[in-house]
Design a protein around this ligand. Sequence first.
Ligand code: SF4
Length: 324
Amino acid sequence: MYFIGTDVGSLTTKVALVDAEGRLFFSSYRRNDDGPIEAIKQAFGEIKRTPGTPAGAATTGSGRQLAAVIIGADTAVNEITAHALAALTVEPGVRTVIDIGGQDSKIIYLKSGVSVGFNMNTVCAAGTGSFLDHQAARLNIPIEEFGEYALRSTSPVAIAGRCGVFAESDLIHKQQLGYRREDLIAGLCLALAKNYLTNVARNRKVEPPALFQGGVAANSGIRWALEKLLKVELVIPEHFKVMGAFGAALLARQRYREGSLKESIFRGLPAVAESDYRPQGFICEDCANSCEISELYIGGKLAGRWGSRCGKWEAGAETTAVPD
Ligand code: SF4
């Protein structure tokens, strides 16, 4: 018996499989370069050996409804629920979860094992993976070495990090003044960490134990900058890149154990990996809400619809996308 979690974000798709005991035994992390549908197909195509049949499947992330129709998920959950559950499983006493992904970032506050607040930033990309990739390319260094450069700095340059646009233009200006790359990168890391603490954490106290997860947790420069500003040691969980998918799989397991998930509607590994998918959409003009309705056809048949505020279009689909 096992459980599947799928986390579809704006830039990457993550899949995690946990066994009956909740232990992660397979994970996949893929960029959505050819779109999320292709990333999901390829990730499921990678799964070769499983202990029996899946007893439950859940999705999360901004693309959770699309993913729910593709795989036949039993439930779709928001990112906060999934990340909080994964963090609590790794570190039961966790008080803060700092999550910085490819294009957005969030912070979750927990007390006695319960989420007591969160904030997400999907507007300013400063400090996220895509922004760091771009700056590393501009400075002509591999992103994998970005953090090492920052750690070699002896005198970080002051960079204006109020937003991504300011940070980039100030970095270019300081670059033209001839500062060393080590000091520029360390200064940029500090500016981005400060931006995160101001705009996402909103200067609320970060209590330890604090987990740092998401793709950017691999960047030792950002970790160093956050720890320096917070004066708190950050814990990077082993599966830091796939914590959302891990949390979704754990949630499917939790619902199964509670008895609220009887028989999984998961479509099966070969079906998910090999089917032909066709997304399309339209704007409903039946009232002033003008909802954007998304549809997904699998093998030429309408498999799911989502996006209406009143629920009228979901009801007309053969299979409706799983609501939050
Ligand atoms: S889907 Fe419902 S709420 Fe949305 S525009 Fe159509 S009638 Fe209005």
